[in-house]
Design a protein around this ligand. Structure first.
Ligand SMILES: O=C(O)c1ccccc1NCC(=O)[C@H](O)[C@H](O)COP(=O)(O)O
Length: 218
């Protein structure tokens, strides 16, 4: 991994947002498949967006407790490089999906307090990457993408045997502090670079990537 921070922009919904995120230097582009989300994509829309992504950037499909048939239907049509599992998938399920679909898997784990930390280690034994995210509150409408941060001090200095990404409530205004405190080399953002739910803002994406110290692409 190079010295620059790798940025994932999640929940892209339009060709303009995909193009902007790629040009601004994102390393991972995330597509959400969760019908209740304002960022949800139908498969054919996702195919169009994914086909427009320049080579070298990772196209990530975010799913929530999806079954094999749903994943097959998605992966048959959309050229995806990585699965992001954002539901209650167990370590066994993560291992099963890696073997079945032959794609790297990033497992999202919600963190609210110390009691949530063992799950990170459990998933780091089987996943290719872990996403260290804020745990959604019980009454949250969505299992992620809520723009809520957790107490980053909980993971300061902690390391796992696989690459990991920090997520949850990151913004252009707080991402540098989050990186400094946690030592993250990869960060993920969705709500913090939107002008409205599901609508990415090019200026905010640019400010976020610059503030994170992300790679500049020419
Ligand atoms: O974005 C959604 O709508 C979504 C729906 C269901 C599960 C997860 C979802 N998003 C997760 C993310 O976009 C990110 O991986 C991450 O949690 C950051 O979100 P945010 O706090 O909005 O920056």
């Amino acid at each position: 991994m190079s010295d620059s921070i790798r940025v994932k922009i999640c929940g892209l919904t339009s060709p303009a947002a995909v193009e902007a995120a790629a040009q601004l230097g994102a390393s991972y582009l995330g597509f959400v498949f969760f019908p209740r989300s304002p960022r949800h994509l139908e498969i054919e829309t996702a195919r169009t967006l994914a086909m427009a992504v320049p080579p070298g950037l990772a196209k990530v499909a975010l799913t929530v407790d999806a079954d094999d048939a749903a994943l097959e239907a998605l992966l048959d049509r959309v050229p995806i490089d990585m699965l992001q599992l954002h539901g209650h998938e167990s370590p066994d399920r993560v291992a099963e999906l890696r073997a079945r679909f032959g794609l790297p898997v990033m497992k999202a784990v919600g963190v609210a307090d110390e009691a949530d930390l063992p799950a990170l280690a459990d998933h780091a034994r089987v996943a290719d990457q872990i996403l260290v995210d804020a745990k959604p509150p019980k009454d949250a409408a969505l299992p992620g993408g809520n723009g809520l941060a957790f107490d980053w001090r909980l993971i300061a200095g902690r390391r796992w045997p696989v690459p990991w990404m920090l997520a949850g409530g990151l913004t252009p205004g707080n991402v540098a502090e989050a990186i400094a405190l946690t030592g993250a080399r990869q960060v993920d953002v969705s709500s913090g670079v939107e002008s409205a739910p599901g609508v990415k803002d090019e200026a905010l994406m640019g400010r976020f990537i610059a503030a994170a110290g992300g790679k500049e692409r020419t």
